[in-house]
Write a protein that binds this ligand. Structure first.
Ligand code: C2E
Ligand code: MG
Ligand code: MG
Ligand code: MG
Length: 289
């Protein structure tokens, strides 16, 4: 009896595994068409200077509207794209549309805030990344200061030498670099010092736990202090409350990003959202009274 129960349970398990595999296979196939079929789009999330309460940057995040599944999160399809070598094509689409958005906003007379795009390992390893981005800036007549790149800590550490040379080449072209998801990888402090970075972005898991867990609080404090000591701009992601914002400001973190300010929004909404954040922070002015 026990045996048959065990078997049927494992049969169910296997079947669901198989359909998961099938789902991923189908998704991977559809992803191959997504760029061509115009199913990708960008959303934008502000980065806020905690001391001045001004929005000082924007991050571009990719979205995929699948024809039958609807919105499919990047946490599902980016790993799939990385596994199947489609990520370079997707990220070049992202870079092109990020630069294009900057050109459009500049033509409308809007102030240019630096816009960050996320890069994967394969982008860093690809042959002419810096040239591709440089050509885009020339084509759309957008200054290099309008574009930044974010590379995850785990990516950077896996290919340290190559990452170092590509980031240095981006810097030479005037493009700033950020280490994303900092604190989740395995970088030693000496590696961090070797990379030409202007900024580190503390992973949101620290922001979520720092007010709950004293150890997380001390770690976050140490990461901020280290970034400041290395003369990098320190950004915290995942800021969801005023308390978190105030803690970060009090501990010397420069920028914050998260739902407390705004979730990522469409290009149609981003400028109204930026004005709204600045108005709200100026009125509320928490910490000023
Ligand atoms: P990331 O670059 O670390 O981006 C932060 C993620 O956290 C985003 O999820 C963002 O929407 C979300 N987030 C922002 N504020 C908050 C908050 O206050 N609370 C919570 N719970 N979440 C918040 P998203 O857009 O789903 O992207 C997930 C990841 O996918 C990104 O993490 C990035 O690693 C990757 N990704 C997104 N777009 C691209 C892209 O164009 N190219 C590449 N290669 N990767 C991308
Ligand atoms: Mg990022
Ligand atoms: Mg991140
Ligand atoms: Mg993250």
């Amino acid at each position: 009896h026990a045996k048959s129960q065990g078997r049927s349970r494992s049969a169910v398990f296997d079947a669901s595994m198989e359909s998961d595999q099938m789902n991923l296979y189908l998704l991977e196939r559809d992803l191959n068409e997504a760029v061509k079929k115009n199913e990708l789009s960008l959303v934008f999330q502000p980065k806020v200077d905690l001391a001045s309460r001004h929005v000082v940057g924007i991050e571009a995040l990719v979205r995929w509207n699948h024809p039958t599944r609807g919105e499919t999160p990047p946490t599902t399809f980016i790993p799939l794209a990385e596994r199947s070598d489609q990520i370079v094509r997707i990220d070049r689409w992202v870079m092109r549309h990020a630069v294009q958005a900057q050109a459009r906003w500049r033509a409308q007379g809007l102030a240019t805030l630096p816009m960050a795009v996320n890069l994967s390992m394969a982008d860093i390893m690809s042959t002419n990344l810096v040239e591709y981005l440089g050509d885009l800036l020339d084509e759309f007549q957008v200054p290099a200061a309008a574009i930044e790149v974010e590379v995850t800590e785990s990516c950077a550490m896996r290919e340290l030498g190559k990452t170092r040379s590509v980031l240095a080449a981006l810097n030479l072209r005037g493009i700033s670099t950020t280490l994303d998801d900092f604190g989740t990888g395995f970088s030693s402090l000496s590696y961090l010092r070797q990379l030409p970075l202007q900024s580190i972005k503390i992973d949101q898991s620290f922001t979520f736990s720092m007010l709950e867990d004293p150890n997380a609080e001390k770690l976050t404090q140490a990461i901020v202090a280290m970034g400041v000591a290395l003369k990098m701009l320190v950004v915290a992601e995942g800021v969801e409350s005023e308390q978190q914002m105030n803690w970060l400001l009090a501990h010397g973190c420069h920028l914050g990003q998260g739902y407390y300010f705004s979730a990522p929004v469409s290009s149609d909404d981003i400028h109204a959202v930026i004005s709204g954040i600045e108005l709200r922070l100026a009125q509320g002015a928490p910490g000023l009274h």
